[in-house]
Design a protein around this ligand. Structure first.
Ligand code: SF4
Length: 400
């Protein structure tokens, strides 16, 4: 598995695969062709179908230059390798200099055609939870110890930076009123939920408010931390922020919890996928919920087995969850889903802590099931906005 620095990244929303990845790809292509005076970018598959709502064309033009860049949406072109493909063309005096096919495979990571979808570097000795549990039990160490011995030495400082960026997004979102960008004209709801928390001091209200805050910041194209993706970036910060503000836990402890949650995200990324275009929302929100459940169980003193169980329950009960963003915006169902899943992460943690950690389906089996279920999902439910809620809303709109 790769370093957690590749999982947790600061970037602009609303989508790690549809905004952050294309931004990175455009930046790389521009650096390779500084002499070009014109660019054409073709978006394929899922990038073409939901690119508008995910601001894909906008971010590419921001990087390559609005005046000299044409972005074409070609949903009919698909690649078996991965659904998120884009091709860059560079011209000088109308002569083609170069073309490049790039895939944005989730979490802001880029690949070229037929490059292994496995993560690049291998920082970890063991890549399944079963092996990790056996190893940590044999050595008498915690899951956090395993992360610390696998990662670069500055990983705790890196995690602290990520938690600070997460909390900055929460705090901006809690006080920002107004309407989200896009045709849905959704009103921001985090400030209203936060007001309720300030009155009732119920931690559930704070979890909801903080998750809405980050998700609304993400939907506005503002800075968030992928956890593991932009669309699911509200879950983990909401849980950590609640431990911080409501239960007064220190930020250094929260950074360590983030690393424990990160281990779960890394296992899903390595052994299945965190890309909604590849496996549906189970890979995004399901993974985020499992990460937050594991982090919570760590903060509450859970054993390695209880942490694994918390993550497993959270993921198991998101299996099959589809990705069907209405009109291609990372808003409905995404924003509410972050809030509900943050609460579910806390419930999963509590459930696991009521046991000794023994249970029937282990996390590895659950991750494998996620992968297989993702393959079985119709493309309509994998970030194309062709089915589910997106279709229902389109039907309703066209009948009015
Ligand atoms: S439905 Fe889930 S996977 Fe799809 S865009 Fe929204 S948060 Fe991402």
């Amino acid at each position: 598995m790769d370093t957690l620095k590749e999982l947790f990244k600061i970037g602009n929303g609303p989508s790690s695969s549809h905004t952050m990845g294309p931004k990175k790809a455009a930046t790389m292509f521009l650096e390779e062709h500084p002499e070009a005076d014109r660019f054409v970018v073709e978006l394929y598959g899922s990038l073409a179908l939901t690119g508008k709502g995910h601001l894909t064309d906008w971010i590419i033009k921001q990087v390559l230059g609005e005046e000299r860049t044409e972005v074409l949406f070609r949903p009919e072109v698909t690649h078996a390798y991965h659904p998120n493909a884009m091709k860059f063309f560079a011209y000088q005096n109308d002569e083609l200099l170069s073309e490049k096919l790039i895939f944005s495979v989730g979490g802001g990571t880029l690949k070229e055609l037929n490059e292994s979808l496995d993560v690049g570097a291998n920082y970890y000795k063991y890549n399944t939870m079963r092996e990790i549990l056996e190893y940590t039990e044999e050595k008498g160490i915690s899951l956090l110890d395993y992360v610390l011995e696998s990662e670069p030495q500055d990983i705790v400082d890196y995690a602290l930076t990520m938690v600070e960026a997460m909390f900055a997004a929460v705090e901006r979102g809690l006080v920002t009123e107004g309407v989200l960008p896009g045709k849905l004209r959704l009103k921001r709801r985090a400030p209203g939920f936060y007001k309720i928390y300030l009155e009732n001091k119920n931690p559930n209200s704070l979890v909801f408010a903080a998750a809405l805050a980050v998700s609304e910041e993400n939907a506005s194209g503002n800075e968030i931390v992928t956890a593991p993706t932009c669309g699911s970036s509200g879950v983990l910060p909401a849980v950590l922020y609640t431990f911080h503000k409501h239960y007064q836990m220190g930020i250094k402890r929260l950074a360590r919890a983030l690393l424990v949650g990160g281990l779960i995200g890394n296992l899903v990324k390595h052994n299945a996928s965190i890309s909604g275009a590849e496996v549906g929302c189970q890979g995004e929100i399901g993974t985020a919920c499992a990460m937050a459940a594991a982090a919570s169980a760590y903060l509450k003193g859970g054993s390695n087995r209880q942490i694994e169980y918390a993550a497993e329950i959270a993921l198991e009960h998101h299996l099959g969850m589809t990705c069907d963003p209405v009109m291609g915006y990372v808003q409905i169902p995404c924003i509410e889903r972050n809030a509900l899943s943050a609460q579910r992460a806390l419930d999963s943690c509590e459930f696991a802590l009521h046991t000794g950690g023994e249970h029937f389906i282990d996390l590895d089996a659950c991750i494998l099931t996620l992968k297989e279920t993702g393959k079985d999902l119709s493309p309509h439910y994998r970030e194309t906005s062709l089915g589910g809620l997106a279709k229902a809303v389109n039907k309703k709109a066209s009948s009015q």
